[in-house]
Write a protein that binds this ligand. Structure first.
Ligand code: MG
Length: 406
């Protein structure tokens, strides 16, 4: 079977133990479609590919588990990269979630205290920023002991009324505090598994958690995070995807150089490298992180590293450039930008840098919360020419591409 738990060894050693479960075993009878609604096509992709892709971009594809029915004839045709497709579909959504969670726990992909995000296959418009907000708030609430987890939700803005059995308005309902509950919903794996076993008939995970005595917090999300249920919803998704396909793009370019001196550490791309000489500077002199910082700031027109972190400010003496990069990225991300990729060149006659490239890419990616695959670092010597070639210093260049929906 395709996509079946290919990379569980990675999951066992993963630092960040957050898993996503997508129950996708329903038939979507209200869509008037001959294929289950998760397999409806939007352009080149099915709804399930779009939905799962959102979670995969936040958590990594190997952390996404999709529960389909035993007889599913469509899923093997999809491009789900390293996501895991399990034939764990049950008679209800709750049963599919419980079965998929149990299988993920059985494989060692998740343990009781790890976080699990459960997300409807039919919500392809969820914003990645909302998923990140949900995870951050869930971690905060769980650590503080104030809630068992959180759900994405949309405050009700319409006037709400109840009708009687004949269809006449019979009761005005105060909309204050009313929410439409969406997904993902985020809880600890063990608590969720227990709650679902105690309450198998619920329509969402937060109901199970609450019926088992837990408290659930609400995290506001983009109202476009609808559940595709009626044919008109599919039209809404198509229009929105068309809009999303019109991306703003910005390129940024950064350059830096630092002198080589004895008695200093050689820190590059956030990685300390053994060398007889080190890089001189006011901060830790990480010329690669400085070039990336400037490229990011430049692309978003947020100034430059010298303005944000002046080299005559004692606050930045010996500063960790990883912290400076994170601060600069926070300012850029605040404007809604996301990183498509970063490509860098380091010119240094010595030391040999290629063995350190994977560690640099991992470090840079973790600071910026992106995949290491989006970061390229290419070391070059300068054929003994210029200050780099004479080992008086090194220089770096970085290009970044930022994207944002219009
Ligand atoms: Mg510098």
């Amino acid at each position: 079977m395709a996509h079946r738990c290919k990379s569980l060894n990675f999951l066992k050693t993963s630092m960040s133990r957050i898993l996503a479960i997508i129950p996708a075993a329903g038939c979507g009878s209200r869509m008037n479609s001959c294929v289950p609604k998760q397999y409806l096509k939007f352009g080149q992709n099915t709804m399930l590919e779009l939905t799962a892709g959102k979670l995969a971009r936040v958590l990594g594809p190997e952390r996404v588990f999709i529960g389909v029915s035993a007889g599913d004839a469509y899923v093997n045709e999809l491009d789900l990269k390293n996501m895991h497709v399990l034939r764990t579909g049950g008679a209800t959504r709750a049963e599919t979630v419980a079965n998929t969670l149990e299988a993920a726990m059985h494989y060692g992909a998740v343990s009781a205290n790890d976080l699990v995000l459960v997300h409807d296959a039919a919500r392809p418009l969820v914003e990645e920023a909302d998923i990140e907000k949900l995870i951050a708030e869930s971690k905060k609430q769980i650590a503080a002991g104030t809630a068992s987890g959180c759900v994405l939700a949309i405050a009700v803005v319409d006037t709400v009324k109840r009708t009687d059995e004949q269809g006449y308005l019979s009761e005005d309902i105060d909309r204050k505090g009313l929410y439409r509950i969406a997904t993902p919903q985020c809880f600890r794996a063990g608590e969720l598994a227990q709650a679902l076993s105690e309450n198998p008939d619920v329509t969402d995970e937060s109901s199970a958690i609450r019926l088992s005595g837990g408290r659930v917090a609400v995290v506001d999300c983009d109202p476009a995070n609808i559940k595709v249920t009626q044919p008109a919803d599919a039209d809404f998704v198509r229009e929105r995807l068309l809009k999303e396909s019109h991306m703003q793009m910005r390129v940024g370019y950064g350059y830096d150089s630092h002198r080589l001196e004895s008695g200093r550490k050689f820190i590059l791309g956030g990685v300390e490298i053994e060398h007889s000489l080190g890089l001189a500077g006011h901060s830790d002199a990480d010329a690669l992180l400085h070039a990336i910082t400037d490229a990011l700031l430049g692309a978003a027109n947020c100034g430059n590293i010298g303005i944000l972190f002046p080299d005559n400010d004692p606050a930045f003496k010996g500063a960790d450039s990883k912290v400076l990069l994170k601060k600069a990225w926070d300012a850029v991300a605040q404007k809604g930008w996301r990183i498509a990729n970063i490509d860098c060149v380091v010119i240094a006659q010595k030391p040999k840098l290629n063995p350190h490239v994977p560690a640099m890419a991992r470090t840079i990616a973790s600071i910026l919360n992106i995949d290491p695959e989006q970061v390229s670092v290419k070391p070059k010597t300068n054929e003994k020419l210029g200050f780099e070639g004479k080992e008086e210093g090194i220089s770096t260049r970085a290009v970044v591409l930022l994207t944002k929906s219009c």
